[in-house]
Ligand binder design. Structure first.
Ligand code: AN7
Length: 403
């Protein structure tokens, strides 16, 4: 049987208990399978296609058809960074428009099976939107705790529309997660669905399975890092495929943090064995405005084991990547997701790529989530009289339009 394992101190426990973090050292627990307990027998669509690799079956799952997201082949930006092939895994195509839905279907199904009265999370926005949708689907209460004034409007409106109760705190995400975790750990009724919940990681690891089925094993995969659950999940998925002999090699991971919220990047660059938390994280990419990532240790391990690299990008680099993705590829994502490409761009100027690599950039959330950021791109807008002449006169680049 799979069991909880603490990758830090070796604590082991049965999945019968409800546990999130290690009772000995406080690190998030991992659901660990023996090789012989895993078989890669994809069947059906989306996250539950990989039930044979998950700790619970898809029977009676609380699902909104999450997963099964598309890879977009880059048509322009791959040349700029100088690789053979660049693909964007568009997680914005999930039902609530972020990758969180992959983990949420598994975690909320578990909550439902346990008879939890409600689910709760701390969130920079996307987890809140996802929780709210799956709680609605399950018919249980949803509570989301968010940093006041620091969540993109689309995400907040999603949570509101799905009927969740929204609690704003006068603090940041790290404060929210600390308070919410300790509340959930004292309560039988409230089930915690942040990424310190090991079932979240299980759902999210299916991203790796989809990439494998679509294109095999890329040379590099870049992924934005906030609380570090997703990079943990991505690596777990690939390692499991490798351990059971399905995949013959492993990708190298590129973890991207925003400069103002980059404790894992700093630890990596300094060769440190632990992170120095950032007390006042700040970045335009509000989704990853996180100073004390819960899964930092597993993220560092993933980067080091994969012979990967951490990179930090400025807000300017993020917003430039954001506009490049939308205006040159037609792929509109939120700033935290654009960090994924910003990191590749930065590493390419530092000479990381040789020219023939296959690279996948994980784009974690949809652009419509964050209209405040879209409002910052250069405007090409005019208001004119409702006449043919006025409109023709207002067209700024006639050479392209009247070709
Ligand atoms: C678009 O919603 O933490 O490294 O509370 O929304 O697994 O935290 C969101 C994180 C990247 C980082 N991209 O993933 C939350 C939250 C987007 C995100 C991340 C988030 P992790």
């Amino acid at each position: 049987m799979p069991q909880y394992v603490c990758e830090n101190c070796g604590f082991v426990a049965s999945l019968d208990k409800r546990l999130y973090i290690c009772p000995v050292c406080g690190d998030p627990l991992t659901i660990m399978f023996d090789d012989k307990e895993m078989s890669f027998i994809p069947s059906g669509k989306g996250v539950w296609r990989y039930s044979s690799m998950l700790p619970i079956t898809g029977k009676g799952a609380i699902s909104l058809n999450e997963g099964g997201t598309q890879l977009h082949q880059s048509v322009r930006l791959y040349r700029e960074i100088g690789v053979g092939s660049l693909m964007f895994k568009n997680e914005g195509l999930n039902p609530t428009a972020s990758f969180k839905d992959r983990g949420m279907t598994v975690a909320v199904t578990k909550a439902f099976q346990e008879g939890a009265h409600g689910v709760i999370c701390a969130s920079t926005g996307n987890t809140a939107a996802s929780l709210a949708a799956y709680a609605a689907r399950a018919g249980i209460a949803g509570y989301v705790v968010v940093p006041e004034g620091a969540v993109a409007t689309g995400k907040l409106m999603q949570a509101r529309a799905y009927g969740a109760e929204i609690i704003h705190i006068k603090g940041n995400f790290d404060d929210a997660l600390k308070a919410v975790s300790s509340l959930a750990m004292e309560s039988n009724e409230l089930y915690l669905v942040n990424s310190i919940n090991p079932y979240r990681i299980e759902g999210q690891k299916t991203m790796a399975f989809e990439i494998y089925e679509d294109v095999g094993i890329p040379d590099w995969i870049s992924i934005p890092v906030g609380n570090a659950g997703n990079i943990t999940a991505l690596w777990k998925g690939f390692k499991e495929l490798y351990r059971i002999g399905v995949a013959k090699k492993l990708p190298r991971l590129i973890g991207v943090q925003a400069e103002g919220a980059a404790p894992i990047y700093r630890a990596f660059i300094n060769g440190a064995s632990s992170i120095e938390p950032v007390n006042n994280p700040s970045t335009v990419a509000t989704a990853i405005r996180i100073g004390k990532p819960a899964s930092w240790r597993r993220a560092l391990k993933a980067i080091r084991e994969s012979h990967g690299i951490m990179v930090a990008v400025s807000d300017e680099e993020i917003m430039s990547a954001y506009y490049s993705l939308s205006s040159k590829e037609g792929v509109f994502v939120e700033p935290a997701s654009a960090a994924s490409f910003a990191g590749l761009r930065k590493l390419s100027t530092q000479g990381l790529f040789k020219g023939n690599e296959m690279v996948v950039a994980i784009l974690t959330g949809h652009g419509l989530k964050d209209p405040e950021s879209a409002a910052k791109v250069p405007k090409k807008e005019l208001t004119v009289e409702p006449t043919k002449e006025a409109i023709a006169g207002a067209i700024l680049s006639p050479a392209r339009v009247f070709r």
